[in-house]
Design a protein. Structure first.
Length: 373
């Protein structure tokens, strides 16, 4: 029978993700609107975004946080164009965005000494092949595959190369071993449910040393330039952004950071996401017709949860449309390049009760679509 209870919020998109519980745009601190981002109030807000991010995440001393253009993609491309080429490269990819970084490195930058370690959707490549003498580029969580790295034990503490990690669907939802990571990128619209178009760049002292000691042989556009005269532009990490940011988006991000603090900080945010995943795990374990795309249980993502169903691709499409039409789940179809299925966001901004309410609707929709065929 059709369920009676619907999720209060049907927003389960994997990006932009749903706003935090209780979000009210009218409650944002908007004193920066209409002001220059170079003004004292504008720079103070941007500096707070950098400093509070470092504080909530518990970054080690010496790590820097900056706001950069063009979301997580901009942050990743900025750093790849700025530091790659100094050493040979290992790049690990097992889903769409990770494979984009392979394309950038191999076909755009055309770097000569690159090992591309690839895996199909649902699997991880052999991470033990990472060579500590080489730079390593990888995603922490495959947003379009629902497969995450289970740990960082494969990263050497004695490495000579840099580790460059796209963590846009992992930061604030998964515990990150910062000492193992030299560059981390993420965006506001993922785990925190913020607005788009801005990226966050985290640099270790080792990454700063690379930036100051290495000049790539290709020209860098203005929005990629992190150094001046061979010295790091510290202003980028103190609120002086490379280009003009949206101060409305900054206010929205600061609101999200305050909310994370209110639920127990980074640890509280991780716990909420893990509890959300547990709801889906319980459902999947009791239904023989639905499965995690991740082949290894240790690699199942607790944010972008990807599922396959014992249906044809056309039936899966009908199921997704049915849930949308009922107003119980929006934007949960699998990524266009991924196997047909569902992708349900389980990050901290999603209410556990909403996921619990959604599961019976998936059950109903499956049997409705399967019976009709």
């Amino acid at each position: 029978m059709k369920p009676l209870i619907k999720p209060q919020s049907p927003n389960f998109s994997s990006g932009p993700c749903c706003k935090r519980p209780g979000y009210d745009v009218s409650q944002l601190a908007l004193t920066t609107l209409g002001r220059s981002h170079r003004s004292s109030v504008g720079k103070a807000a941007l500096q707070r975004a950098c400093l509070q991010t470092a504080d909530v995440l518990g970054l080690p001393d010496g790590y820097r946080v900056g706001v950069v253009p063009a979301s997580d993609t901009g942050a990743m491309e900025l750093i790849m164009w700025s530091v790659l080429g100094a050493r040979p490269i290992d790049v690990f990819a097992w889903e769409s965005f990770g494979k984009d970084w392979v394309t950038d490195i191999v076909k755009q930058l055309k770097l000569p000494d690159v090992y591309s370690h690839l895996a199909d959707y649902g699997e991880l490549p052999d991470l033990s092949l990472a060579n500590p003498d080489r730079d390593t580029v990888f995603t922490w969580n495959g947003t379009t595959s629902g497969v995450r790295v289970p740990n960082a034990n494969w990263i050497s503490d004695q490495r000579k190369g840099l580790t460059i990690c796209d963590a846009t669907s992992a930061v604030f939802a998964m515990s990150m071993p910062w000492e193992k990571l030299d560059v981390v990128t993420f965006s506001w619209q993922k785990v925190l449910g913020g607005e788009g178009a801005h990226g966050m760049l985290i640099l270790s002292p080792r990454a700063v040393e690379r930036l100051e000691s290495y000049t790539p042989p290709w020209p860098l556009p203005k929005i990629f330039r992190l150094t001046k005269g061979g010295v790091l532009n510290e202003g980028v990490f103190k609120g002086a952004t490379i280009n003009t940011p949206s101060m409305l988006c900054v206010a929205d991000y600061l609101d999200a950071l305050d909310w994370v603090v209110s639920i127990g900080g980074q640890e509280g945010s991780v716990r909420k996401s893990e509890k959300n995943l547990a709801v889906v795990k319980d459902f999947v374990s009791s239904r023989p017709w639905i499965h995690f795309l991740a082949k290894d249980a240790a690699t199942i993502s607790n944010t972008s949860v990807c599922l396959t169903l014992d249906l044809t691709p056309a039936q899966v499409g009908e199921l997704v449309k049915l849930l949308d039409a009922e107003g119980v789940a929006y934007d949960i179809g699998a990524y266009r390049d991924a196997p047909a299925g569902l992708r349900i966001w389980c990050g901290a901004t999603v209410a556990e009760a909403d996921l619990a309410a959604l599961m019976p609707w998936i059950d109903w929709a499956y049997h409705t679509v399967n019976h009709e065929k």
